[in-house]
Structure formats: C-alpha cells, structure tokens
Design a protein around this ligand. Sequence first.
Ligand SMILES: C[S@@+](CC[C@H](N)C(=O)[O-])C[C@H]1O[C@@H](n2cnc3c(N)ncnc32)[C@H](O)[C@@H]1O
Length: 252
Amino acid sequence: MKTQKHDAIVLSSSSEKDAQKQFTELLKSTPLPDDELLPNLGLFLSSKALSRLLFFNEIYQKILHSHGIIAEFGVRWGQTLSVLAALRGIYEPFSRHRKIIGFDTFAGFKGFGEKDGALCKSKDGSFSVTPDYESYLSQILGVQEALNPISHLKKYQLIKGDATETVPQYLKDHPETIISLAIFDFDIYQPTKAALAAVKPHLCKGSILVFDELCDDVFPGETVALDEVFGLNNCRVKRLPMTARVSYMEIE
Ligand SMILES: C[S@@+](CC[C@H](N)C(=O)[O-])C[C@H]1O[C@@H](n2cnc3c(N)ncnc32)[C@H](O)[C@@H]1O
C-alpha cells in the first residue's frame, strides 16, 4: 500500500491504519494547551513508533566510546536525525565532534533501477517530501541544538542532492572524517552502493552501520549493495528484538 501523498510504502493492516487515523484525528483536535503539548507527545506514540526510538537509543549507546560523526543516508522527514540530536544531548552534551549529517535529495528516490526488483512498484520521486522541506527540518534541528549545551557550535548539516555525488564529494572535502555511526535508509540499490563504497575508508573498528531494509523482499537493492561492497560473508548482521526490520553491524 502507498501513502496518499508522496508515494511512500506502508505495510500496516487496515485495522492498524484505522487506529493510526484515529490517533491523527485525536492529535489534530487535542484539548491540550500549547504549552503542555510537546511534553505530552508520548500520548500518540504507538508501540511501533516507540520501538524505533528505543532501537536508536540502544544503538547510540554502542557508539559512546567510539570517536566520529553520525551520518544518515536517507533522511526524509528527519525524525531519526532529530532523535539522534536529542540522544546526543542526553548522553554526551559536550561532544562537539559528534556531528550529525543527513544526506537526501529531499525530492524522493533518485536512481531506482533493475536491482530494486518489481515488488515495491516505486520509482524516482517516490518518498518525496514537501517543497523546501530541508529548510523546515534545519530549523527543527537548530531548536534541538538550542535546547542543549554548546549550542553556539553548529553540529548538524543537511546535504541536499543525489547521494551518488554528494557523499563522495562531502568525504573528499572532509578527509578528516571518521564515521562512528552510519545509517543506511535510501531503500534502493544505487545510492546505497555509492554511499557504502564512499564511507568504507572512513570507518574504524567499532563503527556501527545500521540498515533499514536488509533481507527485505520489498527493497532487495539494499542487501545487494551491501553484498557488493562488503561481502555478506564478512558481515555479522544483528538485530534487536524490539524492531522487526532494522538491523546493524559493527566493523570488526
Ligand atoms: C525511507 S526514506 C528515509 C526515512 C528516514 N531515514 C526516516 O527514518 O524517517 C528514503 C529516503 O532516501 C532518499 N533517497 C533515495 N534516493 C536518493 C539518492 N539517490 N540521493 C539522496 N537521497 C535519496 C529519499 O529522498 C527518501 O527521503
């Protein structure tokens, strides 16, 4: 099933979707006053949405003793980036080196091809966002930073464009980069392969790679890309019990 706008894939059952719709309506008609709304957003967190936040909480703790930046490849609305910034504020509020960088076209898929299979029926432009969304997200990340120490040092960056070009270019411009956590969520083969290949020389032992679509028949391209760059036989791909789809591996 696709979303009404932006052509994103949703695998929820119809009863799940009804319940989510109810949540959305209840949020839109909330009687909570403005100054009490944000601290009570947990009211609307489903177990599924919460499980993803808990996953990233556990993953963040795995990099606390590793040096390097966090990079997300495939940002979309940017919730993961914002949550990671909040986790940085909790666990290491003075870590100015723990930059958080997000790569996305902010215009949906770019590079959808044969290796992405026929099941998902996506195309270039699927999973788009609203025009100039990156400016809105940048403001959100700025507020996250303002709520934590050393906010005068900007520690986030959104890099717009086709990742097959932007990721190698960023790393060429920043040869000092060590990546402690790389999150691969482009869903599709071409940008995932390009990002994996570009990132590989910037990983150290202990770096963590997170994947959203490994072993997923809807988006086979991500696994093919990992196989071609690292070789599946060399990867110890793990998961946490609370999330079905997300997996991770540590560079050994
Ligand atoms: C599933 S969404 C990412 C979701 C996000 N990680 C989250 O946690 O909500 C996939 C994203 O990959 C981006 N994308 C796909 N192909 C791309 C490419 N060639 N270059 C840059 N971004 C790309 C899309 O624009 C889309 O926002």
